[in-house]
Design a protein around this ligand. Structure first.
Ligand code: HEM
Ligand SMILES: *[C@@H]1O[C@H](CO)[C@@H](O)[C@H](O)[C@H]1NC(C)=O
Ligand SMILES: *[C@@H]1O[C@H](CO)[C@@H](O)[C@H](O)[C@H]1NC(C)=O
Ligand SMILES: *[C@@H]1O[C@H](CO)[C@@H](O)[C@H](O)[C@H]1NC(C)=O
Length: 324
């Protein structure tokens, strides 16, 4: 009797859990999307990310940057993501998209680096073509002030709070001199002000950037590889690397939030998690839209225009291309 009741209780618990995670959002994503189609998926992703992170902690900032790139324009890149896709497809068949894998791998890498975790609704599908150039150009420049950033993020449905929190991703990872040379060229930046000693160090480093692009600079000078709230300490100390970073602590529309995140890491983590879930759902394809890519770096079928060019320049394959 007791065991029957326990079994019923257990069944109710499991059904309840499935019902909760099976709920489909208006955009077509759901927490339990792969519960039946690929239950092992979260474990595969976590394992691959753990192993890759042990070898190179730089994969965490690299992934999160790809995700940001990928949310403004579409199209995804990265060999780690394709390795995970290959393993997931070997285990479950070609049912998991590269975009879902990127979202999951980024989340897990963030956790490896010390950041917050969050639940990710899944069910994304991959784009049929690489991102068009006009979308790539909408990525914000590091020379923008807070007003321009607010408008850029606003145009993509992201709030001022999202902007201040997501910029906190610059708490790890690296940059190159071209992205911040304007902080000391032609003279030390005053709008917004940069710590003069910090500017002098950056200048000396970039004077030695030969050949150009070989020098790298950590985005967060305090804890360069850790995901924490020290980025906001940098801003308070006028040691934010980009103009776009430093502006957040100066502008009256963003400074209160930036200071709150400097004072309270939990407040930053909670908001960062919310903003990441939001950013990971921008412009998603679901249902029968797009495709499940069989290689994350290219669409399954080349775009028609590209096919024509290949056929025209490659005599041997011309007949084959025409047959198809
Ligand atoms: C607010 C507007 C933003 C601007 C202007 C901006 C600009 C940049 C620039 C110029 C770089 C360095 C590129 C280089 O010199 O190699 C960079 C790196 C990076 N960005 Fe942003 N970014 C912004 C927002 C974001 C967001 C929203 C995220 C993610 C949530 C993000 C994550 C990163 C990471 C992790 C890196 C380091 C990448 C690595 O180490 O491989 N950025 N960003
Ligand atoms: C921000 O940048 C824009 C475009 O460069 C400029 O027109 C505006 O005056 C700037 N705003 C502030 C407050 O500096
Ligand atoms: C960044 O530069 C340092 C030397 O200053 C070098 O050891 C390191 O490998 C570089 N990192 C990357 C990712 O290029
Ligand atoms: C934010 O900036 C405004 C305008 O510069 C300033 O009056 C205000 O005191 C700042 N707030 C904080 C919390 O620093």
């Amino acid at each position: 009797m007791a065991s029957t009741r326990a079994a019923i209780f257990l069944a109710a618990l499991i059904c309840g859990a499935v019902a909760a995670t099976g709920e489909v959002q208006p955009n077509g994503l759901s927490l339990g999307f792969h519960d039946n189609s690929c239950p092992i998926l979260p474990y595969i992703v976590k394992l691959f990310v753990k192993v890759a992170f042990k070898k190179d902690a730089g994969i965490a900032p690299a992934l999160i940057r790809i995700l940001f790139h990928d949310c403004f324009p579409q199209g995804c890149d990265g060999s780690l993501v394709d390795d995970i896709r290959a393993a997931a497809h070997a285990a479950c068949g070609p049912v998991v998209s590269c975009t879902d894998i990127l979202a999951l791998a980024t989340r897990d890498a963030l956790v490896e680096a010390g950041g917050p975790s969050y639940d990710l609704p899944l069910g994304r599908r991959d784009a049929l073509a690489p991102a068009p150039l006009n979308l790539v150009i909408t990525l914000p420049a590091p020379s923008l002030n807070a007003t321009a950033l607010i408008s850029s993020f606003g145009g993509r449905g992201l709030s001022v709070t999202d902007l201040v929190a997501l910029s906190g991703a610059h708490t790890f990872g690296i940059s190159h001199c071209n992205s911040f040379r304007n902080r000391f060229t032609p003279e030390t930046d005053t709008d917004p002000a940069i710590d003069p000693d910090f500017a002098a160090k950056l200048k000396a480093k970039c004077d030695g950037d030969v050949p150009a692009g070989t020098v790298n600079q950590t985005l967060d000078v305090r804890t360069p590889n850790k995901f924490d709230n020290k980025y906001y300490f940098d801003l308070v100390a006028k040691q934010g690397l980009f103009k776009s970073d430093q502006g957040l602590i100066v502008d009256s529309a963003t400074n209160r939030t930036a200071i709150r995140f400097a004072l309270n890491q939990k407040a930053f983590f909670d908001q960062f998690a919310l903003s990441m879930v939001k950013m990971s759902q921008m412009d998603v394809l679901t249902g029968t839209q797009g495709e499940i890519r069989l290689s994350c770096t290219v669409p399954n079928k080349p775009a028609a225009g590209i096919e024509t060019v290949v056929a025209a320049t490659d005599d041997e394959d011309e007949g084959l291309a025409t047959d198809m």
